[in-house]
Each structure stands twice: as C-alpha cells, then as structure tokens.
Write a protein that binds this ligand. Structure first.
Ligand code: DCP
Ligand code: MG
Length: 445
C-alpha cells in the first residue's frame, strides 16, 4: 500500500489482508475422505437420518447431488424423490443407477476431527485466526503476504489443506471480513477469489442485499419495500432514511454495503453455550419423530461439549410452534457435568410439555459452561436439580446484552428466543440463519 500512515491513525482497508476459508460441502467431503469411492458421485448427509430410513433432514449435499435439487435443510424424503439411493436404483428397473446417490448419516465426532486438522493448518499459516463454525474461519494474513502475492499464498493454503487433510476448501481474500466472506462463496467449489483494495464497493454492487453483513431475510424484505434490492442500491441509498427506518443499524448496513468494514479479525473466545437446532419441512406433532430429532440434536451438542472439554450446568430445549412462536425450557443442575445421557433425558423430559402440539423446529442447548479441569458434580438423579424454568416467546427476561443467558439470582436459568437466535452467533460475520434451515453454531471453540 502506498503512503505512510500517520501514527495514531486507524488502519485503512488497504492495510489489511483478510482471508475467509470455507470448506466445500463439508460433511459430504468428510464422508468422501473416509470412503474415497464416493468421490465424483452425489453424496447426501442426513441429520436425524439412519441408513435405509426416510426420516431426517439434509445437513449438506455434495455439488453433484445439488444438481438434482438436493440442498441443506430439505427433508430426506424430499431429497429421495429427487435423488434415489444407489442401492434402491440397482434393484428397481424404473430407476437409473447413474441418477442416484449415496446417503450417509451425520457423524459429528468425525467431522470435528477433520475440522481440527484443517484448523491446525490455518493456525500454522496465519497468526490470527477466527474460527466461526466447523468449516469456516477468517485469517488476518497482513503480515504473511502482500497484495501481489496473496493469490499464490491462498492457492498454497488450499493445496496444503487438500493434500494434508484431503478435503477441498474455497478461499476469499479481501481487505475486509465482509468482502472476504462473500468472495469465498463466489466461485465454489474449490474457489479462490481475491478482491483488491479499491475494488470492494464494485464487487458488492450487484450482489443481493442479503449478502451484506447484518442484513437478514427480514431486513432484506423491509429494504425491498424501500426499493433497495442490491448492495449497490443500499450503498447509494439516503443514509438518513435508513437511520430513520432501522436506527443505528441502518447506518451500519449502509457502511457495509459501501465496502466499509473495520472489524478486525480477532480470535474467538470460549462460547457461553453450545446449541444445535433443526427444522421440519412441515410442522409435526409426531412424538416419535420429535423425540428422534431431539435425541440426535442432544447427542450432537453433548459431543461438541465433550470435544471442547466443556462442562455444562444447564440443559435446555427450544421448540418453535407455528406460526413462529419460540418456546424455550431449561433445567439447571446442581453442578457442571459432562453427561451425554443426561442431555438427552433432560431434553426429552422438557419436550413432554409440548405433547400434542405441532412443532416447526426443535433445538437443544447446553449452557452455563465451565472449562476448568475441576471435578464433575455427582448427580443423584434429578432430585438435586433446580426446577425447570420457562419463558415463552419474545419479551422474556434474564438475557444479557450479548444475548447470552446467565443464571438468575435464585440459581434458575431462563433462556429466551433472542438468546437462542443470537447468543451463539454473537458478532460473527456469519450470515444469520435463514428460517427453515438447520443451524449449527459455535462449532469450533
Ligand atoms: N449444515 C447443516 N445444516 C445447514 C447448513 C449446514 O447441518 N442448513 C452443516 C453441514 C455443512 C456444514 O454445516 O457441511 C457447513 O455448512 P456450509 O454452509 O459451509 O455448507 P457446506 O460446507 O456443506 O457447503 P458449501 O460448499 O456451500 O460451503
Ligand atoms: Mg462450507
């Protein structure tokens, strides 16, 4: 970058080089890693899915499977209509084996281990890494490379991940986190896109407004009412109008759309909670189906807690009933534990209250985390546990500014929809979860 910076002035865009790494069809890529014959064929990874069954939702699909219209969050039954299983196609003369795919159940433990290997490379390559999810991270590589050589640098990083770990990554490089994230998505799979300083605003201009950091589906609709459809429209909108409509946030999204984003890549701290949720294609009151989904979410959350050496003292569920009523229930234990069976049994117990109700989405969360190597509290069943607490819908209490919840003074814990929706995502540059998607947060730390 030309020109010296005056002491005390802030770093300008041209001075920072941010890389965003996002693995391609990550769970499917992990499945291929341990089962190489799957390479080149359509692969679908299902959550709450068991081989031979049709329940569950698509966690991800390989790019070959996406060509058949199979995508994340779709019901497995719907995916199977578009893309039958190879084994079924072999036996059914009406089906063509060439137009069939492989279905595999989610194996979080394995994906976490692959993610760990990728993370190790990222940390080797860059001094500052912000892990955002199991397959996504930002790197500040300002001191590792320069704008003339960053493309080769990023290509080497991709090669290193591919040859050492055996999974493909896409990388976006830009002077800001927002632009780097959009860039990594621009040329997937196996993408590498560099947006140089000075080009950021042009790069954003034609993008849909949802691609601007901080613009979720609801804001996008409101912007649409104002005739703002692209990031370019937003960048040239009247900031006063935006401020009037959205307050301070209106000015923030205006700046982001103009390519201005002075967020620095900072390593992520320890999470306050770990949660995982999953939507049904159609609301269901089928207790067996709900129970199955909660069991699989509970196992996955407990796994993640174990892999992070996190003990939890509160176990909760989230139940979204139509139209969009967010209900949360949580139970506090007398002390921090690492007991996967307990996560499952408490979550199922809390679910009982919703017997007979139609449910769009369920989630399981452990919170009140501790990372000390201290002894686990010994639990004599639930006798010693505090009472359940519950809050329903918006306007509930006991949520801190950062959207996380802490024990209330009496030792009980309340959680709200807001805490679920925003707590784990905190200030990540990740796009807010789109309704109807399976969402996963706090993958990495
Ligand atoms: N995931 C999920 N449910 C979703 C979205 C994602 O369970 N609705 C899981 C499976 C994905 C992983 O998270 O493999 C990473 O999410 P990404 O959005 O990065 O999707 P992929 O890596 O699968 O695909 P892409 O190549 O588009 O990044
Ligand atoms: Mg990915």
């Amino acid at each position: 970058m030309d020109g010296a910076r005056l002491p005390g002035t802030s770093v300008d865009d041209g001075d920072r080089i941010v890389a965003h790494v996002d693995m391609d069809c990550f769970y499917a890529a992990c499945e291929r890693r341990r089962e190489p014959p799957l390479e080149g064929d359509p692969v679908v990874v299902g959550m709450g899915f068991e081989p031979g069954e049709t329940h569950g939702a698509v966690a991800t699909a390989s790019y070959e499977a996406r060509e058949y219209g199979v995508d994340s969050a779709m019901a497995i039954s719907a995916a199977l209509e578009r893309l039958p299983r190879k084994v079924d196609a072999v036996d059914d003369p009406a089906l063509d084996v060439a137009d069939a795919g492989f279905y595999r159940p989610v194996d979080m433990e394995y994906y976490e281990s692959v993610s760990g290997r990728v993370r190790a490379i990222l940390h080797d390559c860059a001094p500052v890494v912000r892990e955002v999810s199991i397959d996504e991270a930002y790197l500040d590589v300002t001191d590792e490379t320069d704008w003339n050589t960053v493309e080769q640098w990023a290509a080497r990083l991709k090669d290193e991940i591919r040859s050492t770990v055996g999974v493909p990554a896409s990388v976006g490089v830009a002077p800001t986190m927002s632009a780097a994230k959009v860039a990594s998505d621009r040329d997937k799979p196996d993408g590498l896109v560099v947006v140089e300083p000075g080009d950021v605003r042009d790069f954003f201009a034609d993008l849909p407004v949802e691609d601007v950091h901080g613009v979720g589906p609801v804001t996008a609709e409101e912007l649409d009412d104002l005739g703002i459809e692209t990031a370019g429209d937003l960048a040239s909108a009247d900031p006063d109008v935006l401020e009037e409509r959205f307050g301070e946030r209106g000015l923030e999204i205006y700046s982001y759309a103009r390519g201005e984003d002075d967020r620095e890549v900072t390593p992520r701290g320890r999470p306050k909670s770990l949660s995982r949720e999953s939507a049904f294609t159609e609301a269901t009151d089928d207790r067996a189906e709900l129970g199955d989904r909660v069991r699989s979410l509970a196992a996955s959350v407990a796994d993640r807690a174990t892999s992070k050496d996190a003990l939890y003292q509160t176990i909760g569920i989230k139940v979204v009933t139509p139209p969009f009523d967010v209900n949360t229930r949580a139970r506090s234990l007398p002390g921090p534990v690492d007991e996967p069976e307990l996560v499952e049994s408490v979550a199922l117990d809390l679910l009982d209250e919703f017997e007979g109700q139609r449910v769009r989405k369920v989630g399981v969360r452990v919170s009140n985390l501790s990372f000390t190597a201290g002894e686990q509290a010994s639990l004599g069943g639930f006798e010693g546990a505090n009472d359940d607490t519950a809050t329903t819908g918006p306007g509930a209490d006991e949520v801190n500014d950062d959207g996380t919840s802490e024990p209330a003074p009496d030792g009980q814990v309340t959680l709200t929809g807001a805490a679920w929706a925003e707590g784990d995502a905190s200030d990540d540059a990740a796009t807010p979860p789109v309704d109807g998607q399976t969402t996963i947060d706090d993958f990495c730390k």
